[in-house]
Design a protein around this ligand. Structure first.
Ligand SMILES: *Cc1c(COP(=O)(O)O)cnc(C)c1O
Length: 233
């Protein structure tokens, strides 16, 4: 996708975010756009950066690492948003300061172990399966508090928030209970004052449903197709 098209899409997305924020009296500055470039070329990813994108999201290590190596640490703030295999952590540490898909203790301990060795702290979102769909990764909501307690003494891991994915629906309004559920879970967990889990952030909302997610409190939205397109054959 060309620079001009991404610039146009970005203007449109920013306008919609502003409108969603106005409806619920939030500040648009509190909503960060992560451009999901998993289905687009390196050239399109570069065009997105030129168009003003600061945060990039990738979901497969085999694509993410070559892209990172081509563009470098300073080109963007790098987010890993897909399922992360423990044996890939070594390569991700020092490249991806944000991981949105923390979903098991073995991953937390490996991110911490490699982080200690490299002197790098990873900002993580705990992925929660609010919708209960079997195909989705993530902890069940009732497992979240125990998980946070179990990782609170890992020095090189910071759980900055919760992440969820809503089921795809023709009518995005149907996703609202999922996003509300994540926010309410976050509020309940915050009341427990678990150390090392400030949970200031909510990573939720994709191309189909981001306006609803913003209305429900998203601070990071992950946008692929509506922003940079989908260049798969
Ligand atoms: C692919 C992906 C997105 C972006 O999807 P779009 O519908 O194209 O915006 C967001 N989050 C995750 C975890 C993804 O895998």
């Amino acid at each position: 996708m060309a620079y001009m098209d991404i610039e146009h899409n970005l203007l449109n997305v920013r306008e919609r975010i502003a409108q969603a924020c106005a409806r619920v009296k939030r500040s648009p500055e509190d909503v960060e756009i992560v451009a999901v470039t998993k289905y687009v070329s390196l050239a399109t990813t570069q065009a997105a950066i030129e168009a003003g994108i600061r945060h990039l999201g990738e979901s497969r290590t085999q694509d993410a690492i070559p892209k990172w190596n081509a563009l470098g640490a300073d080109a963007a703030v790098w987010h890993f948003i897909g399922h992360l295999q423990t044996n890939k952590v070594r390569e991700m540490i020092g490249r991806f300061p944000y991981v949105h898909s923390l979903d098991r203790l073995s991953l937390a301990t490996e991110l911490n172990r490699r982080g200690v060795a490299a002197g790098v702290t990873t900002k993580c979102f705990l992925q929660v399966n609010i919708s209960g769909e079997e195909s989705k990764h993530g902890l069940a909501p009732e497992e979240a508090a125990d998980f946070l307690n179990a990782v609170h003494n890992l020095t090189h891991l910071e759980v900055i928030g919760l992440m969820t994915m809503a089921p795809y629906t023709e009518n995005p309004e149907e996703t609202r209970p999922v996003f509300q559920g994540l926010r309410e879970l976050r509020d309940r967990l915050q009341e427990k004052n678990i150390p090392n889990a400030p949970l200031a952030h909510l990573s939720m909302g994709m191309s189909n449903d981001y306006e609803i997610a913003v209305e429900e409190g998203a601070t990071f939205i992950r946008l692929g197709s509506t922003l940079v397109g989908d260049e798969r054959e």
